[in-house]
Design a protein around this ligand. Sequence first.
Ligand code: FES
Length: 164
Amino acid sequence: MACKKQTVPFAGTPEQEAELKAVIAELKDQPGALMPVMQKAQDIYGYLPIEVQTMISDEMGIPLEKVYGVSTFYAQFALQPKGKYKVSVCLGTACYVKGSGDIFNKLEELLGITNGECTADGKFSLDSCRCVGACGLAPVMMINGEVYGRLTVDDIPGILAKYN
Ligand code: FES
């Protein structure tokens, strides 16, 4: 199960809930409304925690199992929030052969989270990605769009420290 650890407590606002309910009221009776509603919900909240999925299930009269199934099947849906700093490691072929797997493991160890998760303080999230087109700099990682290349495992603590 992808959502094995709730690292950040849910903190939705009444305004977000009202916005989601308005979206559901508008789309509810259209065929195939579940996907667009879930996309809108992710726009509103930034991710789709179980609390939001439950709201969608209740408001649309669709079983929670179905909503959960869709949210875990499609990679576009995030079950965990993203951190203030979004760390993304390229696991494309060129980076992988140059050791990006080790870079990823080091980040998991230092941050205490795994792929798709966010630290409990909301600061860092960790994801893997496919080739970002900077293979000449392999292995590559990005933090909020800033690219770090030709990495070694020993570079990682110093880079993370810049974001503290
Ligand atoms: S494989 Fe990593 S940038 Fe291309």
